[in-house]
Ligand binder design. Sequence first.
Ligand SMILES: C[S@@+](CC[C@H](N)C(=O)[O-])C[C@H]1O[C@@H](n2cnc3c(N)ncnc32)[C@H](O)[C@@H]1O
Length: 298
Amino acid sequence: MSDPILAPALPPLLQGALTPEPTADGSFTLFSEDFGEWFHSREGAYTEAYTTYVEATDLTQLAQADALRILDVCYGLGYNTAAALATVRQVNPQCRVHLMGLELDGRVPKQAVDAGLVDRWLPEIQAMLAQLAEVGQVNAPPLQAELRLGDARQTIQTLAEGGFQADVIFFDPFSPPHCPELWTVDFMGQVARCLAPQGKLATYSCAAAVRAAFLEVGLHLGPIAAAGRRWPGTLVRWSPDGLDALSQQEQEHLQTRAAVPYRDPSLQDSADAIRQRRQQEQAQSGLAPTSQWRKRWL
Ligand SMILES: C[S@@+](CC[C@H](N)C(=O)[O-])C[C@H]1O[C@@H](n2cnc3c(N)ncnc32)[C@H](O)[C@@H]1O
């Protein structure tokens, strides 16, 4: 990790803004009233960006290449992007980075900058985050970055149609029960169109419904063991190369009704409609009830 994490000093509050809360490593997160959830792990927001996304995708190694394409799905405060750019800058400042961020709410990255929540990144990374939040683009070779605002279910389609192929995808929506629309087989299918043949996608979630959706679109996956976390994340690729095997517990989880995925064929349904569709599919499923799995493993 390149940036020292300093003792927390509470940033100033914006009027009408979400309240910043310190996490265990001293970096700040926000709570979303809309989704009823924190933006980051309370165990450390900056730490999560490094362990779950940068380290899991082996970005230090990938950044040795001449060029690197990164897709940050659910850009939020920009921490995952910042950790990635800080890493590239450290290991290979000449690497040509093409970064795409997708985010619903443009107020979030702006608030992160205005409230000083990004102040612990290197000054040049802060400047890039500020420009992305303000004008949505950075063209400063070797870095080219863009932040596309809107529902990722739509913006991902434009990106895929434009042929964007990511070497690395950071997949960081709110959790499946709170934001099912970004964990559906249908949305994953669009995200998969943007994953390069040798690319890697990392997410913090190990939910069986999430893993089943990745598998249904033809991807392979393995666990990401993250220090200090009870549950592993998930690393996803087109081929099984370089993926660790799922444990017996994880494999059996995929044989239960928890593994019935979310679906959203039109990529426009409400969260409630998507949750209800899954409940109906679970009720008709021949898979074992998840309670038996829980009794055996938890
Ligand atoms: C868990 S937070 C992401 C945190 C972020 N990766 C970071 O490093 O700060 C989830 C983000 O998803 C965004 N979001 C929610 N629904 C979305 C949608 N349909 N399309 C795009 N972004 C969405 C939220 O506004 C929020 O910023």
